[in-house]
Design a protein around this ligand. Structure first.
Ligand code: P1T
Length: 380
């Protein structure tokens, strides 16, 4: 199947008892057994598995070209499960530009359990070889990154990790499976904040993992079952419903994103625009090779460098909503230094380029003329 078909039919079938074309929301915590241990359809207790969550997990595996999908109560619950594959003393090498909450769970929670994190710039993959030690077990990257839209060459990194028996996990939230499939590029685990493009309507918080290797899938399922960070049946249904229109939505997000990035890059008040679809993006060639489009996420700063300009702009927006999150049908604007990336120490933030005049946009699927007019009046 091709992608537009897969989002609707991939690993999905009509419900076997009634023929319902959509999986019902199985609001049940437990399942009747015929005799101790004799299960009717393999279901025992909904923390282990639930038919609605299973339908979502099968769909996730299909759209990311994996063998096993797992759905969690949030993106961070999915990240938490990956980290629990590791043992005290193990080392993780992560990209230096990351969602603030990922940085927080690494440094504020898992360092306490003796995992060691190194944050490096993946612009030069040879730097990775220098950072790897015999204790390195996991590489964690986002591509594109949140919020600076940097890219990581997944195929090149995966060649290095495979030689050394290190797991490569890619947070594919910003690209979505419509634009990029990290497992096909050699990653071992793909992670999503399904709150974003997969759900697509800003009405659910959810997370996902997909992997190709079956035994890794089993280990992650064991962690999901034993720790309990599962996605409930109703939320599973919402994400499954969102996935059915993923292809159409991301196509429009990308069209609008490209037009808005172009507009901003020509605006006299705008400094830099961070968008992989612009020829000026330092990794534009990699983006063309690794992604099937450039998506609806972008960031920009002001020529003046003034925090006040960013704040006035955000206050004046009418169609773009000032809010955390991204990937929903509606356009959102975010102020990373005080919102999504406030958990990163200021000095580190500024070093990375997450300055006080940086604004991030999640371009929605509205008519682009209305979005451009909104930006024009707010910049004016
Ligand atoms: O919010 P949650 O579903 O737990 O997902 C966390 C997460 C993980 N990875 C990336 C790349 C993310 O962007 C996020 C969540 N991000 C936001 C809420 C945001 O506005 O950036």
């Amino acid at each position: 199947m091709k992608f537009n078909t897969k989002v609707i039919h991939g690993n999905q079938q009509a419900e076997p008892h009634t023929g319902a074309v959509n999986v019902p929301v199985f609001l049940t915590s437990t399942f009747a057994q015929e005799s101790p241990g004799k299960l009717r359809a393999g279901y025992e207790y909904s923390r282990g598995s639930n038919p609605t969550r299973q339908a979502l997990e099968d769909a996730l595996a299909s759209i990311e070209n994996g063998t096993r999908g797992l759905a969690f109560g949030s993106g961070l619950a999915a990240t938490d499960a990956v980290l629990k594959l590791l043992n005290p003393g193990d080392e993780v090498i992560a990209g230096d530009d990351l969602y603030g909450g990922s940085y927080r769970i690494f440094t504020k929670l898992f360092e306490k359990y003796q995992l060691k994190f190194k944050f490096i710039n993946f612009d030069h993959p040879e730097k990775l070889a220098e950072a790897i030690t015999e204790k390195t077990r996991l590489i964690w990257v986002e591509s594109p990154t949140n919020p600076l839209m940097k890219l990581v060459d997944i195929e090149t990194i995966s060649r290095i990790t495979k030689e050394q028996d290190i797991l490569l996990a890619v947070d594919n939230t910003f690209a979505s499976p419509y634009l990029q499939n990290p497992l096909d590029l050699g990653a071992d685990i793909v992670m999503h904040s399904a709150t974003k493009y997969l759900g697509g309507h800003s009405d659910v918080v959810a997370g996902a993992l997909v992997c190709k290797e079956k035994s890794l899938g089993e280990q992650l399922h064991f962690i999901q079952f034993a720790s309990g960070g599962i996605l409930g049946p109703h939320d599973s249904y919402l994400v499954l419903r969102g996935i059915k229109t993923l292809a159409l939505r991301v196509q429009r997000h990308s069209e609008n994103g490209e037009k808005i990035a172009q507009y901003l890059s020509n605006h006299p008040k705008v400094g830099q625009v961070f968008y992989p679809g612009l020829a000026s993006h330092p990794q534009h060639e990699l983006a063309k090779r690794q992604m099937r489009g450039f998506g609806g996420m972008l960031s920009f700063n002001f020529k003046s460098g003034a925090k006040e300009d960013a704040i006035h702009f955000l206050e004046k927006l009418k169609i773009f909503t000032l809010a955390e999150s991204l990937g929903g049908v509606e356009s959102l604007a975010n102020y990373p230094c005080m919102m999504t990336h406030a958990s990163i120490p200021e000095e580190r933030r500024l070093q990375l380029g997450i300055t006080n005049d940086l604004v991030r946009l999640s371009v929605g699927i509205e008519d682009v003329e209305d979005l451009l007019n909104d930006l024009e009046q707010a910049l004016g």
